[in-house]
Design a protein around this ligand. Structure first.
Ligand code: HEM
Ligand SMILES: *[C@@H]1O[C@H](CO)[C@@H](O)[C@H](O)[C@H]1NC(C)=O
Ligand SMILES: *[C@@H]1O[C@H](CO)[C@@H](O)[C@H](O)[C@H]1NC(C)=O
Ligand SMILES: *[C@@H]1O[C@H](CO)[C@@H](O)[C@H](O)[C@H]1NC(C)=O
Length: 322
């Protein structure tokens, strides 16, 4: 009884702080959160990710990006997983959803986990675990994922405006990250997520056509790299699926992204922007020359990003609120 009251008190307190602080608040997450209530949860998630990956090699990149989008809007509360309903257009149907996909992997993982321990493990935690597994299974570093996130009930397409855009310059990126308590080091390390996956032409067309009044092509791009991008993405591109892999080893989690960035071979203005700040550029150099220091920084920053919280319940179906 006393503990129930304590919990009720703590919950009220947290809710009050939450309203004042928005998604800055992180709950006390713990690596052992489910060790009594659902010890096999992680194994079940990993199994679902592995199975999906074996059929579709685009899955890991999708899961990593999905987790980033989840965390940047209302904290990591599984809001990116909710589908549109009635009058509400959800985040996943918001503008930059162009390459969000593989939601089914989270649904399969959730179904497996519900079978083991119904109503215990949040969708937000399952997504955080799946993102970690995606990195590990692509050859990246591993880490203990702190757990105990709760799922939220709100998902609005309009909120996706809060995501950083690929056209952002360094100060805009810094602002977007610092609003979430994330540093320059977090920005540079997490941008390394662009070692995996694919981008559509629309996300980098600003750099390869009508860049500015002086240049058709962004002069910071390597010229032959730019020519290749222009070939796949002509100015009036009609092939909706056209685009480029994020780096030359886009299914492997490595530091090639930073090496290419230093050679003018990044896709987004937001990638290139990391070279316009002295401190950020120093970090790019460091990560380009050492896979180990990238791995170490990435893990640290993933744990920080994935501790942004916002929800209040454990959803039974990741797509809908009760
Ligand atoms: C720094 C600000 C960021 C910006 C402006 C940005 C922007 C983008 C854009 C525009 C795309 C391509 C979408 C498309 O055209 O298909 C993309 C893809 C991707 N992003 Fe980011 N991103 C950022 C940070 C991150 C972070 C923090 C992560 C994860 C740690 C991440 C992981 C990914 C991945 C894995 C893909 C490939 C997705 C796929 O292949 O399905 N990004 N990003
Ligand atoms: C949609 O909006 C209308 C009018 O605002 C409201 O009457 C209706 O209940 C809403 N439907 C849902 C499913 O929210
Ligand atoms: C992206 O949004 C469009 C509508 O804006 C929707 O038709 C499409 O299904 C969404 N994609 C995903 C993967 O949810
Ligand atoms: C970054 O972009 C913003 C918005 O377009 C602009 O106001 C600002 O001057 C830019 N900063 C730099 C350093 O170019």
């Amino acid at each position: 009884m006393a503990t129930t009251t304590m919990h009720a008190f703590a919950a009220t307190f947290l809710i009050i702080i939450f309203f004042f602080n928005g998604f800055h608040l992180s709950y006390a997450l713990s690596s052992h959160y489910y060790s009594k209530t659902c010890p096999k949860a992680e194994e079940a998630v990993t199994k679902a990710v592995k199975k999906a990956m074996s059929n579709d090699q685009t899955v890991p990149a999708a899961l990593l990006r999905m987790h980033f989008h989840d965390c940047f809007i209302r904290g990591c509360d599984g809001s990116v997983l909710l589908r549109s309903s009635g009058n509400n257009t959800a985040e996943k149907d918001g503008p930059p959803n162009i390459s969000l996909h593989a939601f089914y992997v989270i649904d399969h993982a959730k179904a497996a986990v519900e079978e083991l321990c119904p109503g215990v493990v949040s969708c937000a935690d399952i997504l955080a675990l799946a993102a970690r597994d995606a990195v590990v299974l692509s050859g990246g570093p591993t880490w203990d994922v702190p757990k105990g996130r709760k799922d939220g009930r709100i998902s609005k397409a309009i909120d996706t405006r809060q995501l950083p855009a690929p056209t952002f310059n360094f100060s805009q990126l810094t602002q977007s990250f610092s609003q979430r308590g994330l540093s320059t080091e977090d920005l540079v390390a997490l941008s390394g997520g662009h070692t995996l996956g694919f981008s559509h032409c629309s996300s980098f067309q600003n750099r390869i056509h009508n860049f500015n009044t002086m240049n058709d092509v962004d002069p910071s791009l390597n010229p032959s790299f730019a020519q290749r991008l222009r070939k796949v993405c002509p100015i009036h591109n009609k092939v909706k699926s056209a685009g480029s892999t994020m780096d030359s080893t886009s299914t492997v989690f490595d530091n090639t992204y930073y090496k290419m960035l230093l050679q003018g071979m990044s896709l987004f203005s937001s990638d290139q922007a990391l070279l316009t700040d002295h401190k950020a550029k120093g970090l790019v150099n460091k990560f380009a020359s050492s896979q180990d220091s990238f791995n170490e920084a990435f893990v640290k920053s993933m744990i920080r990003m994935s501790s942004l919280s916002g929800g209040q319940e454990v959803r039974l179906d990741c797509k809908v609120t009760r």
